[in-house]
Design a protein around this ligand. Structure first.
Ligand SMILES: *Cc1c(COP(=O)(O)O)cnc(C)c1O
Length: 353
């Protein structure tokens, strides 16, 4: 009955998220979730919010959460936008700030949702190739554009560009918006939020899904000049007044406030990542330098799809992308130490070493 579909729907190529298996007992290293649970304070805050007030709409402006994000980063609440996961924040940025006459620029190998938003909102784009070493070279973005977006660290490579390189880009590129998607920045990068006061064309987007263990709650935010934030608010208020429920707002505030738990868990992941990189290199893998909670690795003698299938037989799932240049790589989420040890034991069996 697809004649009921609008022409927009006919033209869509939707994003395909990593598998969320229905069976338990799998070691899930495929979607970059945090292996540690949310902060106990978040769980308490969520429980405290469960009650009669759920009959009432939440604060449409999620002011308490904007305040918490602003306090964490030393910015003002009018510089903060919050949304239902950073995917929603990104979607509003694509429509409200990145859709222009000139093409939007982003890397050829990057978060595969970007071209999907371009399809949804009919945004013209050009991809800029990563270097041979899979780095984003911001010097290559010096050309007419209607906006620039890239993740830092990049996904799925994990490679980081420096704040100095971002600032040099901002100095050259003043007439269109630059969006830095910092989904993984807490695992090894420095946030470009430090630059927003000097650069009114910079928008930084973050999520609570990865470093704050709240992928299931759906909270993301953006920080930038109040005029950029106003554009996002206009889109949001033309789409859904209440993207964040009471539970999401309350839980996210508690997550931003519990700095100690946040630091403990992200440091644990960073330590485990370094160990995992070392072990993978011991098996002969080439591993790209990662500043994220995943590693991107290829084996010179083993086909990536075959390795992924072999791991799957041993109840471990990792992510593989059928895309030119990276089809021999596996993206492996950093789990707990035990999970990563299990991964290494499984690889040792498959590789016969
Ligand atoms: C995970 C991820 C997101 C989306 O995060 P949500 O807040 O869960 O929607 C955005 N950008 C990149 C690069 C990601 O990897």
């Amino acid at each position: 009955m697809s004649h009921f579909w609008s022409s927009v729907v006919h033209g869509l190529t939707p994003y395909v998220p990593g598998e969320q298996p229905k069976v338990a007992d799998l070691i899930k290293l495929n979607t970059n979730e945090n292996p540690y649970g949310p902060s106990p304070r978040v769980l308490e805050a969520l429980q405290a919010e469960v009650g009669d007030t759920l009959r009432l709409y939440p604060d449409p402006n999620a002011e308490s959460l904007k305040n918490a994000v602003a306090a964490y980063y030393g910015v003002t609440p009018p510089q903060v936008f919050v949304g239902n996961g950073s995917d929603e924040v990104l979607a509003h940025a694509f429509l409200g700030l990145l859709k222009h006459e000139q093409p939007l620029l982003f890397p050829d190998i990057t978060y595969s949702f970007y071209p999907v938003y371009c399809g949804l909102y009919d945004i013209d784009f050009e991809t800029v190739p990563l270097t041979a070493a899979f780095e984003i070279e911001l010097g290559d973005y010096e050309r007419p554009n209607g906006g620039i977006i890239f993740p830092n660290p990049n996904a799925p490579t994990g490679r980081l560009v420096s704040l100095a390189a971002i600032e040099a880009l901002l100095a050259r590129n003043r007439d269109s918006v630059v969006v830095v998607d910092e989904a993984y920045v807490d695992f090894g990068g420095e946030s470009a939020i430090a630059l927003v006061d000097r650069h009114p064309q910079l928008l930084v987007i973050q999520t609570l899904s990865k470093s704050r263990s709240l992928a299931g709650l759906r909270v993301g935010f953006a920080v930038g000049h109040p005029r950029l934030i106003e554009a996002l608010e206009r889109v949001k208020n033309s789409f859904n007044s209440y993207p964040l429920g009471r539970l999401a707002i309350r839980g996210a505030v508690a997550a931003m406030e519990d700095r100690q738990y946040f630091d403990q868990t992200r440091q644990a992941i960073i330590r485990t990542r370094e160990e995992l990189v070392h072990n993978l290199q011991g098996f002969g893998f080439e591993v790209l330098p990662s500043a994220a909670n995943f590693v991107f690795a290829r084996h010179p003698a083993w086909d990536a799809l075959q390795l992924a299938a072999g791991l799957r037989e041993k109840a471990i799932i990792v992510r593989h992308f059928k895309q030119e240049r990276i089809e021999q790589f596996l993206r492996i989420t950093v789990g707990t130490e035990n999970q990563c040890n299990a991964l290494c034991r499984a690889l040792a069996q498959i590789l016969g070493v």
